[in-house]
Design a binder for this molecule. Structure first.
Ligand code: AKB
Length: 330
């Protein structure tokens, strides 16, 4: 079929040009800087270009190439792909779940128009393209414990709606044009970088606030179970998945996860290291979002097709976060 032919040509071209030149959009969000560090170790410093519309710090500029890219500017994006001979595009630009509800029209532009631009560009220039999706792509009608790879998806946030749209657009372009679209549905990703408007971000903020002030007021109820993953595992999943040959994949969108826990369970683990900590609870509108999301995520298809296996469990996550957040605070 034409799909197979395109993918085969693509792989062939790409074998001739190694390592790939990678462009990361939305590079100054939660994942970009760490992702660039990770991929620069693997593919070389100058082969990974970080981009955003934000003015970078000196440290970021010292780490490797950084350029201005507005994902709403198609011609600007096109110029960068051509000038830098980009092979892979990692598209992180997005407004997350909680912040998206506060500015729906901006979320539509960034999350939906932005995806249209990068997918069309990837098609025109034969790029491998990665767009992250999320547990937020499910909704109250989805089975929540566990949530399988293929099931009902009727999210109630604009973030979730935009992510289902991205998944479907990518799959459509794959079937129609042979686009090498790849997408992982991430759980809450826990990193020491400050939270950016998500619903799962309590599990990041709690470390910052407890280490700074000894106290955290949680906006979710103590028994709210959500799937989670340390950023180390998230970046390893992304990097491993991007390197899998097309013939090993049975789908373009995979669930991945590492663990699931509630605020209470997280607090209990933290108390072993920080016995003085005090947590209070005051649920807000983010509780409704969390209540519509998966509690336990089934990532068996990723485990089967490309050997996905998380390494950081809850004990290790707590140890890592205390160490990493302490380093950030000092
Ligand atoms: C959010 O909470 O919005 C994100 C996500 C789970 O996609 N962290």
């Amino acid at each position: 079929t034409s799909v197979k032919l395109n993918i085969r040509n693509y792989s062939h071209n790409n074998l001739l040009k190694s390592p790939p030149k990678i462009l990361i959009t939305g590079g100054l969000g939660q994942l970009g800087v760490e992702c660039a560090k990770y991929l620069r170790k693997k593919y070389g410093r100058d082969n990974v270009i970080l981009s955003d519309i934000i003015k970078p710090t000196q440290d970021i500029v010292n780490d490797g190439p950084y350029i201005f890219v507005d994902i709403l500017d198609f011609k600007g994006l096109q110029k960068i792909v051509v000038d830098h001979r980009v092979d892979w595009l990692i598209h992180f630009s997005a407004l997350l779940s909680a912040i998206g509800e506060q500015n729906v029209s901006l979320a539509v532009r960034v999350n939906i128009e932005g995806v249209h631009n990068v997918i069309e560009l990837a098609k025109q220039y034969n790029l491998r393209i990665f767009v992250p999706s999320t547990i937020g792509a499910f909704g109250p009608d989805s089975p929540r414990n566990p949530t399988p790879n293929i099931t009902i998806q009727r999210p109630r946030t604009i973030y979730g709606v935009s992510k289902v749209h991205a998944e479907l657009m990518g799959e459509y372009y794959y079937h129609k044009f042979g686009l090498d679209f790849r997408c992982l549905r991430f759980p809450g990703v826990i990193s020491s970088d400050p939270p950016g408007g998500g619903t799962t971000d309590y599990a990041i903020a709690i470390f910052h606030e407890v280490l700074r002030k000894g106290h955290y007021e949680c906006y979710l109820k103590p028994d709210t179970r959500l799937p989670m993953m340390h950023v180390k595992d998230a970046l390893r999943a992304l990097s491993e998945y991007l390197a899998v040959p097309n013939e090993n994949l049975t789908r373009r969108v995979y669930n991945v996860t590492a663990m699931d826990f509630t605020p209470e369970e997280l607090t209990d683990k933290m108390a072993a290291y920080l016995p003085e900590l005090k947590i209070t609870y005051r649920p807000d509108s983010r509780q409704d979002i969390a209540d519509s999301w998966p509690q336990v995520f089934d990532d068996s298809e990723a485990r089967r097709d490309w050997n996905w296996k998380p390494q950081v469990d809850l004990d290790e996550l707590v140890k890592l976060m205390i160490k990493e957040v302490k380093e950030k605070i000092i």
